[in-house]
Design a protein around this ligand. Structure first.
Ligand code: NDP
Ligand code: MG
Length: 389
């Protein structure tokens, strides 16, 4: 019989950076967690390996052409296998105490919603789903009594120091940003940067898409929108400060002038462990923070001219409705084209801006509307991307 203190966990996006860090945390606390479902999109070998190592009950590969391979790799085990988007949604719907939502992009929205609708505790890394459907998702969280624990380091920091019993006494949220690999460069110095330079983040080791988002600072823009949905504050109360050392993960200012922050080494296993163990805590072998070793912490205003994506995201949040969906969809198309060297670095923000100008801004009333706006924005952005190239 299973120990009642063992929590069951399903990981959506198990082969990614956050997914693998989650498995690492679980492997160091084998008596606290049991893996139920693991999902991936293309990395079938890594998925099969993790499913075997963690004795998962279900492994799902999104890319249906890899189903045969997955079957082959897991033949002779009692691990159930499946493929396709529906099967990923089914994996999220299957009973488990915690769902780690770590798929990248708007593709994570349907599976995350499925976990919300069964009232699960969701460790949410997939920020794009809040950007696209924040109002709808949060309403369903409320309706189904789900629990949303932010994994994104900034939001996890805020969550740890936000007094939800006295939300009206919060005057400001300050999100810290590392500034990415191009911090300090002017706009004119960014035109020729390459994908390999953009994904080489100074502090964090992350998936390709979020690494490019960090380089353009779209990541911080998406996070501003994410914070607006996660915490009961006004849009104007959310600020960004560049903090290159990534030691202070974000701050909450109260009316009395007190500022509370969460600090730690820049290691995603810290917020991941927090979300898995919540409301308790577990031990993680991360580098301990030595302030004397770090010596100096610095802070700078963001450069909204060089990092135009940050300004575009804030504008999209202020507009609301369809704007954040279009922003996100166009950005996903632009980042993909940039990574394939079909678009220049500065064209990422240009493509997002032009897509916002061309798409219909009617606010979504339902999840179906969200997907319609997303699909239309992708079509517009794809066409623009071809014309830019
Ligand atoms: P990765 O690119 O490393 O991993 C993404 C995961 O999602 C992989 O398992 C991938 O499968 C899967 N996936 C990709 N496309 C699809 C799809 N269409 N359907 C189903 N699954 C899919 O991303 P990260 O781990 O870096 O990021 C995941 C999310 O967490 C993002 O939203 C990101 O913004 C957020 N986040 C990440 C942080 C980090 O440190 N990495 C920090 C804070 C937030 P496969 O690889 O097998 O194709
Ligand atoms: Mg973050």
């Amino acid at each position: 019989m299973m120990n009642s203190t063992v929590k069951t966990v399903s990981i959506l996006g198990a082969t990614g950076s956050v997914g693998q860090s989650t498995l690492d945390v679980i492997s160091r606390n084998p008596n606290s967690f049991k893996v139920i479902a693991l999902t991936a999109y293309s990395r079938v070998e890594e998925l099969a390996l993790a499913a075997k190592q963690f004795r998962a009950s279900l492994a799902v590969i999104g890319d249906e052409s890899k189903f045969g391979k997955l079957q082959e790799l897991l033949a002779g085990t009692d691990i159930e296998v499946a493929s396709g988007e529906k099967a990923i949604i089914e994996a999220a719907s299957r009973p488990s105490d915690i769902v780690m939502a770590a798929i990248v992009g708007a593709a994570g929205l349907r599976p995350t919603m499925a976990a919300v609708r069964r009232g699960a505790t969701i460790a949410l890394a997939n920020k794009e789903c809040l950007v696209c459907a924040g109002e709808l998702l949060m309403a369903e969280v409320e309706e189904h009594g789900a629990t949303l624990l932010p994994v994104d380091s900034e939001h996890n920091a805020i969550y740890q120091v936000f007094d939800f019993n006295a939300a009206e006494s919060v005057s400001r949220l300050v999100l810290t940003a590392s500034g990415g690999p191009f911090l300090g460069r002017r706009r004119s110095e960014l035109s020729a940067v390459t994908p390999s330079q953009a994904v080489a983040h100074p502090n964090w080791d992350m998936g390709a898409k979020i690494s490019v988002d960090s380089a353009t600072m779209m990541n911080k823009g998406l996070e501003v929108i994410e914070a607006y949905h996660l915490f009961p504050v006004e849009k104007r109360q959310i600020e960004v400060v560049v903090h290159p050392q990534s030691v202070i993960h974000s701050l909450v200012e109260y009316h009395d002038g007190s500022v509370l922050a969460q600090l730690g080494s820049p290691d995603m296993r810290i917020p991941i462990a927090y979300s898995l163990a919540w409301p308790g805590r577990i031990e993680v072998p991360v580098k301990r923070l030595s302030l004397a070793e770090i010596g100096t912490l610095s802070f700078i205003e963001p450069d909204y001219d060089a990092f135009r994506c940050l300004a575009l995201a804030r504008d999209a949040m202020m507009l609301g409705g369809a704007a954040p969906i279009i922003l996100n969809a166009a950005n996903e198309i632009a980042v993909d084209a940039f990574l394939k060297e079909r678009l220049g670095f500065l064209e990422i923000s240009a493509l997002v801006e032009e897509s916002l100008a061309r798409c219909d801004m009617k606010a979504p009333q339902s999840l179906t509307n969200v997907f319609e706006i997303d699909a239309e924005a992708r079509r517009v952005a794809q066409a623009l991307s071809a014309s830019f190239a």
